[in-house]
Write a protein that binds this ligand. Structure first.
Ligand SMILES: [Zn+2]
Length: 236
């Protein structure tokens, strides 16, 4: 099959939805099962993709080989318990996007234990395993609706909080809901970010970088179909 040179997949939580997690706890389909995640990783590897952190694609240059960025949003505690084991077993790196204002809270759209948000200290488990960390704004507003001061605060405070945990500059942001506009993108650049992720496929733009939502309830076959359906993603 003809596949993209570079692809960024977007996930939220990872837990055994339909198994130990009742489907009713996840009405918005934000959870992917560990086995489906494993299927996606193995498919991408079979297609020749190498897994890279978000920092590897900052410039948007067409990479010399197939690269895939696995990204996860919202700070789910199940990243450590359910996503990390799969990623480590499959030797894949990923980039995780957190809202520092949500630490140890309950995700507003996922009920029960599967909706728990991790504590700041748990992020160390991801970092120690070689995973990347980025900002998903302070507490997940639609950034487009904020006044300039609050927009700057959301981007700057979250960036500082991530840098405090990692001990390194926070270079990338995933906009909440994937939504931005030129003012939000300019504010992200002014806050010091070098890349901003959206949530839809499209042409490459460094501050509205395209991602492909991974199929949350399906494995490799559905992901393959989604990849085939993406016509515009990275500048050719
Ligand atoms: Zn989010």
């Amino acid at each position: 099959m003809s596949v993209l040179r570079a692809v960024a997949l977007a996930y939220h939580g990872v837990d055994d939805v339909g198994g130990t997690v009742p489907v009713a706890d996840d009405p918005h389909r934000l959870l992917t099962s560990p086995e489906h995640l494993r299927g996606h990783v193995r498919l991408l590897r079979r297609l020749g993709y190498r897994f890279v952190p978000a920092e590897a694609v900052l410039g948007g240059e067409r990479p010399a080989e197939r690269v895939a960025v696995l990204s996860f949003d919202d700070g789910f505690a199940n990243w450590v318990t359910h996503a990390l084991p799969v990623l480590e077993q499959e030797r894949a790196v990923a980039s995780f996007y957190v809202c520092p204002g949500w630490w140890e809270d309950q995700h507003p759209l996922v009920a029960g234990p599967a909706g728990r948000v991790m504590a700041a200290a748990d992020v160390r488990r991801l970092l120690d395993a070689g995973m990347g960390l980025g900002s998903h704004a302070w507490d997940h507003p639609d950034l487009r609706g904020l006044d300039d001061a609050e927009l700057a605060r959301q981007l700057t405070d979250s960036r500082a909080a991530v840098a405090e945990v990692t001990g390194a500059p926070c270079r990338t942001v995933a906009y909440p809901y994937g939504l931005s506009d030129p003012r939000v993108q300019a504010a992200a650049a002014a806050a010091g970010y070098e890349l901003g992720w959206g949530w839809q496929p499209g042409p490459w733009a460094v501050f509205d970088a395209p991602r492909l939502p991974a199929p949350p309830r399906h494995g490799a076959r559905r992901l393959a179909l989604k990849l085939l359906g993406v016509r515009r993603f990275w500048a050719p």
